[in-house]
Design a protein around this ligand. Sequence first.
Ligand code: SF4
Length: 302
Amino acid sequence: MQTATVFNIQKFSLNDGPGIRTVVFLKGCPLRCAWCANPESQRRQPQLEWKESACVGCGACLAAAPDAAAVEYAGKRHVDVRSLRGDSDQAQAAVHACPTRALTCTGETKTVEEVLKVCLQDKPFYEDSGGGVTLSGGEALTWPDFCAELLTRLHEEGIDTCIETEAHVAPEVFQRVAPMLDHLLMDLKHVDPIRLKEHTGVDDHLMLANLRWAIERGMDVLPRTPVIPGFNDAPEDARTMAAWLREAGARRVQLLPFHNFGESKYTLLDMPYTLRGVKNLHPEDLEDYRQIYLSEGVEAFF
Ligand code: SF4
């Protein structure tokens, strides 16, 4: 039985594929996008989180985890969340010792069977709405054996499947799992390898090769572009991405305007957030940008 680190199973989602869906979020991602709305998804292991507003500075966490480093913020001395693995005995002891739930752990090792059981609870909603289960992350494809087993089990139950992926994985991994999916929501962040590397830590050759492969095989692929100020929001960015999509055979793209909804999570994890102060984008800000795709024959929508 395969296992993976799961950090959330979200029910009744309407934005992650057709119909009503359950979204299974897996931890672990090879990218480090500055705009990531789920920074808790990046590391593969469970992680500690600390909420300043809930902490009373009692020190119970430090007493329960003698090997942890201590840090002090706003006069509250507590466990440094970066000093322990979230699934270590001492981290778990610190979490249980905290009287206010200021210290918590995100991510838990789960078997395919455990995840399937949760997904099956909403089967009637999938059937009524044309929905199903979506794998997300992080990058779900960094757990290919888990994904393959879960997708097989879901299909045995007659449940529709989808994935949200950057597809920065080896082609043999992608080509093994992708055909097991009914729908693929695939990020196209940029087609310039240097800009992509600057802003995400990886270049684009795996992502573009996998996206092209899925499109050419006639899979149900929806390319999606997060539009990020200073990264890919210039008209020239839209032109190069639209031209790439047209040439690859894609007929549509979903534009996802930048938002900073994940900002507070960076504080919980004691991670730097480099886009602090950058304004959210809205569809009305991107109408000219959208028109560039339309002029290339690619239907762009929000
Ligand atoms: S046990 Fe909880 S409330 Fe007490 S110092 Fe640690 S994090 Fe803060």
